[in-house]
Design a protein around this ligand. Sequence first.
Ligand SMILES: Cc1cc2nc3c(=O)[nH]c(=O)nc-3n(C[C@H](O)[C@H](O)[C@H](O)COP(=O)(O)OP(=O)(O)OC[C@H]3O[C@@H](n4cnc5c(N)ncnc54)[C@H](O)[C@@H]3O)c2cc1C
Ligand code: SF4
Length: 865
Amino acid sequence: MTTKTRPDVSPFRSADHLPKRRGGQAPDPAYLPRQRAGVTPQMHGRYPDFDILSQEDAWDEVTRRVVLKRLEPYGEPQFFSADEWRTLSAFSDVLLAQHSAPKVDVLAHVDAKLAAARGGGVNGYQYDDLPSEQETWRRSAAGLDETAQARGAADYAEAPTEVQAAILSDFMDGRLRGGAWAGMNVVRAFQVIAGDLLEGYYSHPWAWNEIGFGGPAYPRGYMRLGMALDEDGDQREPWEKPETRDIDAALLKDNEAHLGSKVRAEEPVNLDWLKTEAARAAQVAAELAANPRPFRANSYKRLLKGAIQPRENDSFRLLHVHRRAVPQENMRRYADDDEVDLLIVGAGAGGGVLAQRMARVGWRVVVLEGGPFWDPDADWVSDEAASHHIYWNGKRIIGGNDPVALGKNNSGHGVGGSMVHYAGYVPRFHPSDFMTQSLDGVGADWPISYWDVTRHYEACETELPAAGQDWPWGHVHRYTHSPHPISGAAERLIVGAGKFGMAMRVGPVGIANGTFGNRPHCIYRGFCLQGCKVNAKGSPLVTHIPDAIEHGAEIRANSTALRVLMDGARATGVEYVKGGQIRRQRARRVAVAGYAIESPRLLLNSAQKDWEDGVGNRFDQVGRYVMVQGAPVVMGRFPEMLRTYKAPPPEVSTEQFYETDAGRDFKRGFSIQTTGPLPIGFSHSILGEGHWGDALREYGRDYNHWASLGGLCELLPHPDNRVTLADVTDHHGLPVARFDHSLHDNDKKNIAYAKRFIRGLLEQSGAQDIIAVDRFAHLIGGNRMGFGPQDSVVNSDHKVWGTENLFVTDGSACPTQGSANPALTIMALSSRLGERFSRNQVPDDQPTPQPRRQKDRAELFGPVG
Ligand SMILES: Cc1cc2nc3c(=O)[nH]c(=O)nc-3n(C[C@H](O)[C@H](O)[C@H](O)COP(=O)(O)OP(=O)(O)OC[C@H]3O[C@@H](n4cnc5c(N)ncnc54)[C@H](O)[C@@H]3O)c2cc1C
Ligand code: SF4
């Protein structure tokens, strides 16, 4: 039996919690009915008639292969030794409460993952107080045995259940010291190990049976999203099964009462402050409704919504109706010796748009992309655990007081960049984001204003296309496509927010609502973060790259830039590696667009004659002012079945709290957005709150009852939050990036407030239990745009100070981030630069005139398009 106890939590949140455990019951969840169809671990579950494998014929071939392989017996371990296997299997059973057969062979999943990544990065980052992930696993296995021996057992596997549980608890809380644990941050080692094990468990079809997860529905997707909640709210597909009601009704009642009442009784929330906030929110909502801003030109758009096609981008027509891959047969190829007009590093949000814009006006463009050219049909898997290959998993070292986990949560790899697996929210920045220093005395002013980018926002929204309700915050605007239908979870939250006096809007998402050229409509299957196999979700891979190719650009995949080549102030090309060969592409101009980590790294790794500290780094600015957003996830448990996995994770959001508010004790603000975690993501939040063993499993079985809101808090730029070069090298022999990050006072207050606020909101909406975990999202900065080389890396035309023809055109150029997700802004900035290039407004060899400084507050309420 597990014994994790936390003094400040309700019984439901302790590891002992089992809603139906009555004195002396065995740890096996025997209070649940036996599985009648399919298999669950220990053959008990809440959905005894549900067998996800009955749907396997409806899955796409690649996904089916990957998922069914998990059911095959696993051979000899490839990474772990026999002793390690024994120890870690026992540990995994305790963590996951797998007390009896049949069990999910979780360690097999981890063993295969570690073996595949031998020598390279596993999850895309390494804490500076931990060894490599492989070494962390080995040392933890040794540490578990040593600790068990110190407590009188032969080893961990042989230790009595209570001892195993106590060691696990000490491991989680970082109380293990000395021996194999020495020199490791034990809390973080636990997070690494437990995270991998959870992935192994909740990626298995038996676990999906247990929790009633609908799985990788494709090609048909979901049709019953949970709209119009009925009595028990379970809007499921015909093949999805209802939650069982044939278990002991009295116990079930206890369970629900327990979930519903205990938390509030034991953790009373003082709602007075919420009432003040609610009044303020209601007032803003009323003002917005009473004073709609004029829409003029946009009134026509409203009439034409959905029928509007992008004027200068044919991507949506260039894709095949039945195949997802981008046609490359006729792609133009350039020789390394050709001095192309523009060489771009990185085919993501920034690089992809710039390539398309310049190819359209006849420039000879080459894009070097380190990752592959994705074919969604063949390469992508509708599965959380099998999508690692689309994330940037190369090693990066993270440190500082508040290190930021990278990898899948933060950056992508391959043509399309991070947007291939981004969630799909596409809000604009507010006008105030471009002048936070002038307005609020914090952050930084940009050398350009919102109005310099407005029409590029509009163009990119049409090209994605963006779908959503009319937007009342920031610069009021409308969207190209009307809003998507929403899931039961989002509906629950939007209704709850309304009761609370808060306005939420559906969208905005960069997902086609209705067909769009040859791109099909969204089928609400919720695998946006794993790459949308449907092509409904926009990313440069489908929204700009096809048009760039059609107009003569070459997208050179699997080509990693090693350094920018300089001749004094002129960039002459880029040295890169492709197929093991080191090559040099010549170019008249170079644009770096490799993301907020890799772009500073590339400039720093490009140290050479005249640029001894890295290109553009004469004033030690490269890599500084990297920002993330505080992105706490707060989940609420509701009595209805919400099945949050249906629909794209981003559904409804509010920017009502975006700007500085004198009533709060911090500057700037936050937005709130729904997130729709799939089972592995959900289980990480449960673990993050400290639940393991039987409690973890019980929370897991409850998956379909939970809805999730994320805060997106503006964190301010600080020079010490920076990318530098680590003393570890990659397989090309180049130093990898090190990213140090610490929260400052304003940042902490903002996150704490947003978390408290969302918690209150969920309480008001009727949530019976609440879980909140901290995380970060969305890196930008590092090569920021500014007014001079002493405090920035590029000027208002993205040109690196001190160079004539080197540009940075990705998120690293942004000086602030607001509380809006950044992808659309990054695209719009590239679109603006493209326009300036094509109008000859960015001369190669003259310094760009000092841009005007935006100080006029009236600008916030300036032209409305
Ligand atoms: C899980 C997740 C969810 C997200 N959700 C949202 C969201 O809902 N809304 C939103 O607005 N944003 C979201 N984002 C963030 C958004 O995707 C990024 O901010 C945006 O894509 C960054 O654009 P970029 O041009 O800076 O870099 P990227 O789009 O990452 O492109 C960089 C490209 O450069 C390549 N590259 C890097 N170094 C080299 C090199 N040396 N040589 C060759 N190629 C190189 C990389 O492989 C990559 O393809 C999300 C991101 C993630 C990971
Ligand atoms: S956008 Fe997301 S929910 Fe819609 S089809 Fe694509 S993966 Fe599925």
